[in-house]
Write a new protein. Structure first.
Length: 161
């Protein structure tokens, strides 16, 4: 019998962003995630830094922030935000029906209250509240855009979808 490869779980999800500080304002200051590491690295020291299979073009440096959903000492998947200082980032975010990673999703206790809080903090919904009413007449999931136009979902858990 052929050996099946096994994984232990999700390590991290990385997002390349145009402006790391704007993204930190969203993920850290508005959503309340915790920054564990924030540094600038020389790309020459990164594996595959010159590879056009992994990078659109050679980069000199990248700024990185590792952000956590809760206590960074607890084993968990985390987000890695990267930007390339002084170097424009190409590409466009995608929609839910396009190939690629279409969105991030966070579980929250009360989506409607969370939506109200996001709106109060100046984060517009990706649509109107009516767009998110389900067949039962409830709002159990919403979407917003991060500073780079990446869709971010908030829902009340697996049964919300």
């Amino acid at each position: 019998m052929e050996q099946v490869l096994k994984t232990r779980g999700v390590s991290h999800i990385a997002l390349c962003v145009a402006d790391l500080e704007k993204s930190l304002e969203f993920y850290r200051d508005i959503l309340g995630l915790t920054v564990k590491m924030h540094t600038t690295q020389e790309m020459a020291r990164r594996p595959g830094a010159e590879s056009t299979e992994m990078y659109e073009r050679p980069r000199k440096a990248r700024t990185v922030a590792n952000i956590y959903f809760y206590d960074p000492a607890t084993p968990q998947p985390f987000l890695v935000l990267t930007s390339h200082p002084g170097d424009e980032v190409g590409g466009e975010p995608i929609k839910l029906d396009q190939k690629g990673i279409s969105h991030l999703s966070f579980e929250v206790e009360d989506v409607k209250a969370y939506a109200d809080e996001l709106i109060a903090k100046g984060v517009p919904l990706a649509g109107t509240m009516e767009d998110f009413i389900n067949a039962s007449g409830n709002v159990r999931t919403i979407f917003v855009y991060d500073p780079d136009g990446i869709l971010v979902q908030f829902d009340e858990g697996p049964t919300a979808n």
